[in-house]
Design a protein around this ligand. Structure first.
Ligand code: KIV
Length: 270
């Protein structure tokens, strides 16, 4: 499915189901399960490489995993993360690195940040590189944000995120991804911006949802934790493997739950 078809789907009111995907086997499984967008997320630094954040993920790793994902599926839309340090400095650097991800098989790149990224998003979009702007909790800013915290709780923060979403849309972004923001804020943004929103910990009213594969399967215990039994999953995580017979079925159930709006429920939202 291409970008135009995805946008039409979102406009018709159908929710988009997105999942992180890092290799060819899961890429094929997810395509068969009807996942709309495969995200080669830099979360691979945590769930595959064992780091406790995403800051050490390299361009080489993102290219390697994007190539694998692209080989596994035939027609599913692939979004790839621009890793930390590969785009923030200037639009030209961003273009060179985004082009490598597109050459590796991605159809869109995702980058983190709002207002400071206007020029870069505009530069990429004008050169036909589709962009998703990641707002709210942005994992590459974990140190600046002081940890894994919900964003947009105060009036000022909410205004900032809402303005950033509009700026990103005006700059040419095709999607906005909202992570860990109050459901009411995500709803307001979804209703007011011209492009679809994808939520993770952002309530059911976004145009689509994304989860990290390992969270959906209930197998990520947080490698940095001293005692994995103490690992507490974020509120927005749901284990879809519980009560199903197979990984394939768990992914199908996730897709269905997104499409029929039973996921995320209030208990997964802020
Ligand atoms: O890298 C990733 O998996 C992400 C999701 C958390 C949206 O950006």
């Amino acid at each position: 499915m291409n970008l135009e078809e995805l946008l039409t789907k979102a406009q018709s009111g159908e929710k988009l189901a997105m999942l992180t995907c890092y290799d060819a086997t899961f890429s094929k499984l997810m395509e068969m399960a009807g996942v709309d967008i495969l995200l080669v997320g830099d979360s691979l630094g945590m769930v595959l490489q064992g780091f406790d954040n995403t800051l050490q993920v390299s361009m080489a790793a993102m290219i390697y995993h994007t190539e694998m994902v692209a080989r596994g599926c035939n027609q599913t839309f692939i979004m790839a993360d621009m890793p930390y340090g590969s785009y923030e400095n200037n639009p030209q650097l961003a273009y060179r690195n985004a082009a490598k991800l597109i050459a590796a098989g991605a159809h869109m790149v995702k980058l983190e940040g709002g207002g400071a990224m206007i020029e870069t998003v505009n530069y990429l979009a004008k050169r036909d590189i589709p962009v998703c702007a990641h707002l709210g909790f942005t994992p590459q800013s974990v140190h600046q944000l002081g940890g894994y915290k919900i964003q947009g709780k105060t009036f000022q923060e909410a205004q900032q995120i809402s303005n950033d979403a509009k700026l990103m849309s005006d700059a040419g972004a095709s999607f906005v991804l909202l992570e860990m923001v109050p459901a009411s804020l995500a709803k307001q943004i979804t209703e007011s911006v011209a492009i679809p929103t994808i939520g993770i910990g952002a309530g059911v009213d976004c145009s689509g949802q994304v989860l990290v594969l390992q969270d959906l399967l209930g197998i990520y215990t947080g490698v940095a934790d001293k005692n994995p039994n103490d690992h507490k999953s974020p509120r927005f995580v749901k284990n879809f493997l519980t009560g199903t017979q197979s990984i394939q079925q768990a992914i199908v159930q996730y897709v269905q739950a997104v499409k029929n709006k039973t996921f995320p429920a209030a208990e997964h939202s802020y």
